[in-house]
Design a protein around this ligand. Sequence first.
Ligand SMILES: Nc1ncnc2c1ncn2[C@@H]1O[C@H](COP(=O)(O)OP(=O)(O)OP(=O)(O)O)[C@@H](O)[C@H]1O
Length: 632
Amino acid sequence: MSSWKHLSRLVNGLSLVAKEIYNKSPELQRARNGDLEGLITSSGKKALVAATDLVGLTSGKLRELSIRRSKEPSVVYFDNEDNKHDGSSHVADPPVAPGIGSAIAKPTSVESNGVHEQMVDSQLLRSESISEAKSSNREVETKVSGGEDDGNIGAGAAVATSPLEVAPVKRRRPRERKVPSTPVARAFGFFNLGAGLAWGAVKESTYRLVNGTPTTQDNQPALSSILSKENAERLALGLCEMRGAALKVGQMLSIQDESLVPAPILNALEYVRQGADVMPRSQLNPVLDAELGSDWQSKLASFDYEPLAAASIGQVHRAVTKDGLEVAMKIQYPGVANSIESDIENVRRLLNYTNLIPKGLFLDRAVKVAKEELARECDYEIEAVSQKHFRELLSDTPGFYVPRVVDEVSSKKVLTTELISGIPIDKVALLDQKTRDYVGMKMLELTLKELFVFRFMQTDPNWGNFLYDEATKTINLIDFGAARDYPKKFVDDYLRMVMACADKDSKGVIEMSRRLGFLTGDESDVMLDAHVQAGFIVGLPFAEPGGYAFRTNNITSSISNLGATMLKHRLTPPPDEAYSLHRKLSGAFLACIKLGATVRCRDLLLQVYDKYQFDDEPQEPVVVATTRSGSS
Ligand SMILES: Nc1ncnc2c1ncn2[C@@H]1O[C@H](COP(=O)(O)OP(=O)(O)OP(=O)(O)O)[C@@H](O)[C@H]1O
């Protein structure tokens, strides 16, 4: 692709973004109405800052990304009725919830804003288990190998601690960056990113003109110059800075298969799974004031300003309530809830521009579903209700724990829950086989129960949402933002379809797929065959009694091969329920593959099936194999 073409795309892109800025900006609207003075004073500064950012990008380098490591201790202790101290330099032990913190540092006393605070270095305060949860969240191993440390992405050659984990990894260190929170700032953010990508493409094209098109390791010509490695990293880091819906879409892309998203892009997108940039105190405090009232400190004994995790929509901080309970406070980034619509449209534009969207993805439908899901995820009051519901549903199921919600310190944009500990699923992969089998079995048991017993499912399969506590053999569950229920009729037919897949009953698979809306009935034989084969592959773990070894059977690559055919020949997008459901189901399978677990899947399915009450019979009875003898 020629440099000219990229330049013209750049111009087109800029005009689109300019239009977006114009439409979204109240200041520019005011200017249109004649209030030019207001425009200059309110937007001038922002424009200047963004313009200088642009200069940084157009110099052809990724911006110098600072890692501001504050020397300031991060835990603040609040003086209140229940936590009195004399204000002198005398130090007192900070309050600790039972069973969590053990390595406690002595706090030192400082005066700030009239509030007497005690501060302590959070590094010392942090307990082992929590720091494990934190680091695993931040330092998710990535497939990106080699590469130099550019001061932003720390190169960490992972030392294999298990025969299962040998890939060298590159870790991304968290950066402190203000969240672009106004429509103008977000539009400029995308503008910067688009301009950076365009410039990266121009550079790459020029390089190829001079040096020829490079080839990949397997001797294939490299991807188009817009999809260069540098650009892919630029895209990933840009999304980490934008946060919100933009990052969420990046995260969704990052768990796609190589048949959908090219491998170099997937590698770079791994960065987006390691967490977002961190918002500074200057942005955090106003959110807390606005959401919990300016006296929010009075509800807490201490608050740790160093985040446990920086997720896509909010950042999570450790705190201790007045009655000594250690909690995790998820605090939403400002502006992200109001920018879902425009963020997704802007990311869509960027992806179109980079040709990253495969044909046949029925993106409009996926985008519509993503917008609805994200709007719900931004409402932490809904998440609190879902979390409480899950806590109740799972109260009788051994091996799972859902932390309490602390209502007094929660709101629409702040969610406070009991702090839990444990290691995420990918780290469980380093434990012994018996443990991995057990955790794999529990993950599948949970998934089947959620869909076929509760009809209420937490649909975000992120490994960090399942924290395994080895001491109690319990999986602690977090993040219920994407929880949703499924209609009984849908679940009835879905269970019949799963049984048909497990029993290799092609007639049943096709019939149920039509009833569920996966097929229209007008599909070609090629499509029907690919669809049925894909169903059989997914049904494989449930096909035979006895243990199914996930690692030795390569489900994902078999599915990928069929995926391309299905994308080409399918006539209808999947039903809305399928987006979240299949994300969750594939997440459960991927977790078992990652764990290398052997699980008696058919037994688990039959336990559910045997007790299931169908509301109605399908019009044409589904032929299912008579051998249900999986429970041997
Ligand atoms: N109760 C808790 N106890 C311990 N750690 C927690 C707790 N809640 C959240 N965390 C930490 O914060 C991270 C992000 O929290 P959560 O997944 O709820 O946020 P999110 O915005 O929904 O994230 P995502 O971007 O994955 O959707 C978790 O992966 C975990 O490391």
